[in-house]
Each structure stands twice: as C-alpha cells, then as structure tokens.
Design a protein around this ligand. Structure first.
Ligand code: PMP
Length: 421
C-alpha cells in the first residue's frame, strides 16, 4: 500500500512515503458521498473506517467458516478457536507483550478499564489510597475510578495541565509523593491530541510504588507501543479505532496481576470446575473472558493490525504529523478561530472554537459540505472546563486523509465565518 523511499519493494525496513490514493482505494467507505459531496471523513478519533481486508474477513468468516470457539470438537469450531488464538498472538506482538496470555479480549477500552477497576482496583486498593488521573482523561478513564473511590474511600487526585494542554510533571511528582497507589492516564488525549510522556509517568509512578494503567484508545492507532519497554501494568485499546471491527478491544496486563486478580465477569468458559458448593476458575486470559466472545470481530481484528503493520508506524506518524501541522497552520488563518490544545507533542487531533459560533453549528455547516467532524465535549467535560469552553469542534486524522481534505475543511470553515458573521 505504500511506496518506499529508496528501494521500491514492500519491505518495512525504512520509512515509506505513503501512497495515500492506493490506501484510500482499500477503504470502501471513503468513496461514499455525503449530502452530494465526496465524503471528507475527519472523525477518526471517534472511530476509523475499515479496510476491505477487515470487511472481507468478516464476510468470509460469517459465510464460510462460522462456528463457535473453544467448545467445539468439530473442525470448524477448532478452526475458529485457532484463528482467535492467532489474533491474540498478533495483539501480543503489536504491543510487544511477553506472553499472549497477557492479552485479554474485551468489548473495547471502556470495558478494559472497568475490568481493571473492578478486578484489580477493588481488590488491591485500600481505604486511604490514592488514585491519580490527569485533567485530560476521557470519561471512560475517569468515571470508573471515581466510582471506586466513592465505594472504597480512596482519594482521587488530578494532574493539572498548562494552557497548551501539557501535563505539569512537577505537580504530578508532588501528587506521587503523597500516598499513591494507582495512576491512570491517557496515552493521547482524544479532546486535545496531547501525547503524554507515558514513559516518564510510568517510571515516576513505579519509583513511588504505584501501579499504572495507560488508556491507549488514542495511542494505539498512531504510535508504536512496547508495553515491556514501557513497563506499564495495564494498557488498553479499542479495535474500532485501529481500523478493526466494533465490539472488540484489548487489555494488556502483566501476568502477575492477572494471576492475582479475581474474575471480572462470571459464567461460561472461565471456570475449571463447577459444583453447587464451589467454583474454581481457569487461568488467564480465559479467566477474564466469561461467555461467548465476539469471535468474528476478534478474527477480523487480525487484518486491521496487519494493515497498520504493513504501513509501519514511522510512515503513519510522518504522514499524520504533516497533516496535523498543515491543518494547524491553515486553521489559524481562519478569522475568529482559536485552537484548543497546542502541546508540542500531538497526535492527529485538532480541536478548535470559533467566535460567536457554537461547535454544533460548525459541524452542521460542514456536514452540508460532506465533511464529517465531531462537535461536543468529546466525553471529556473536565478538559472542556479547564479550557473555559463548553464544547469544541474537532477534526481528527488517519493515515488515509489528505491535504486536499484539509483544504476542504478550511473552505467549509470560511463558509461558517460567512454565515455566522
Ligand atoms: N479513552 C479515550 C481516550 C477515548 O478516546 C475513547 C473513545 N472515544 C475511550 C477511552 C473509550 O473507547 P470505547 O468507547 O471504544 O470503549
């Protein structure tokens, strides 16, 4: 799908310059029209479009291979089971986890965080312990912890951010010097695009004896993750944001934690023996995967990861950074437009407000031009409050977006200026 800068073969040894037209041809939805215009899809932080390889895998599986996993003695079921195991191994490689049993399939990031809160937090955090979050968390990495704090008498502390949207690490260090037990921060902010220095965050937390969960919902689509180098305790992401199907996500957790944690859900496929007197549970990962998993979606997550790996994170990041910088430069020219979140390290998200215009109105005008952006609080109300706005408009990029699409966005924004002036 890409052209190599030097040798022109498909090897991934050097940074490829992405052949975006060829890539786009692999994503059927990108040739759709919306309100009479070619679709300009700039809502990738919410969810990404799917390559034909993912769609074909789902269709082929449902049409020709469909059978349940784990329980079957017959060939089709054994094949499904093997396919799921292969994707678990692919996820292990994707995150560079030590063992595939450290990969738990969930419904997405939200469920992964709830799993850690319930199965780890509820067991190991004690009254008086501290949970440290950042100001710029998605509600998925805030509300579950807040509920646990209320339930168990934990103290919730928040790392502040500066006006650019960068975490204040000196303040973080001070919070850690109190009694810190769990740090839960996002890799990349969905509302601002800030890339947090998670390596340093993990290191400092561990020095203070705290565990760390990284919400990778916006990290995994854009940045190479190496959980072993990072040494985080937990990392999670959603399949639908990395070009995969809906309804499936991944939680990585260190083996020692999974061994120590109690199950999250109870039911079929997670037991060793059951009597009316007592149940014993099987080992991770299945101990945390009660019930029939979304096995078709798990299997189709495989080609999504292949797509990313074929392009390579270096090439993806180079293309997306170029788009982001171009968009920031062009958007700043639009009269009355103010960017929200200007961290030095950003990934693929550009949030903004326009004088005298509600973000929903911006979204509606752009919709009429075939441009899909997001408007609202982005499930990050504390972030909005920090920047003194109720909502922002947000364009978010994927490797298949182009500068021409940014130009269309900018033209649409000039229309907004004309209408609401
Ligand atoms: N965290 C972040 C940073 C996100 O952007 C999102 C999705 N917008 C989530 C968590 C939740 O992901 P999901 O809805 O796929 O569970």
């Amino acid at each position: 799908m890409g052209e190599r800068g030097t040798q022109g073969d498909d090897s991934m040894l050097t940074t490829q310059v992405l052949d975006v037209e060829r890539i786009r041809a692999e994503f059927p939805m990108l040739s759709s029209r919306m309100n009479g215009h070619p679709l300009v899809y700039l809502d990738n932080a919410a969810t990404t479009q799917k390559p034909r390889a993912v769609i074909d895998r789902l269709v082929h599986f449902y049409e020709k291979e469909y059978a349940t996993v784990r329980r079957g003695v017959y060939t089709f079921s054994q094949d499904s089971t093997r396919e799921c195991d292969l994707v678990r191994e692919k996820c292990r490689e994707f995150l560079n986890a030590a063992k595939s049993s450290e990969i738990i399939f969930t419904r997405g990031t939200t469920e992964a965080i709830n799993l850690v809160v319930s199965a780890f937090g509820r067991k190991f955090l004690k009254k008086g312990d501290t949970v440290i979050l950042s100001t710029i968390e998605h509600h998925s990495n805030l509300v579950p912890w807040q509920q646990l704090c209320e339930e168990k008498g934990l103290t919730l502390k928040v790392i502040p951010v500066d006006d650019r949207g960068e975490l204040l690490l000196e303040e973080y260090k001070k919070l850690l010097s109190a009694r810190a037990s769990m740090v839960a921060v996002t890799h990349v902010s969905n509302a601002l695009g800030t890339v947090n220095p998670i390596g340093e965050i993990v290191k400092l937390a561990h020095e203070a004896g705290a565990w760390v969960l990284i919400d990778g919902a916006q990290g995994a689509p854009h940045l190479e993750v190496d959980v072993r180098a990072l040494d985080c305790d937990f990392y999670c992401f959603s399949g639908h944001k990395i070009y995969g199907p809906t309804g499936v996500g991944v939680l990585y957790a260190k083996e020692k934690h999974l061994e120590a944690m109690d199950p999250y859900h109870f039911g079929g496929d997670m037991i060793e023996t059951v009597t009316f007197e007592k149940t014993t549970f099987t080992k991770p990962p299945h101990k945390f995967e009660a019930g029939t998993p979304p096995f078709a979606e798990i299997i189709a997550l495989g080609p999504a990861i292949d797509t990313i790996e074929t392009l390579g994170f270096e090439s993806i990041a180079a293309h997306e950074q170029e788009l982001l910088e171009y968009a920031a430069r062009r958007l700043r020219e639009v009269p009355g437009l103010r960017l929200i979140g200007e961290a030095k390290e950003k990934a693929s998200v550009i949030s903004f407000v326009m004088e005298g215009t509600h973000p929903h109105d911006i979204g509606t005008v752009l919709d009429q031009e075939g441009i899909a952006i997001r408007a609202g609080h982005h499930c990050a109300q504390p972030t909005m409050r920090r920047f003194g706005v109720a909502a922002t408009a947000r364009a978010s990029f994927a490797f298949y977006n182009t500068k021409e699409e940014v130009d269309k966005l900018v033209s649409g924004l000039y229309k907004v200026v004309e209408i609401f002036r």
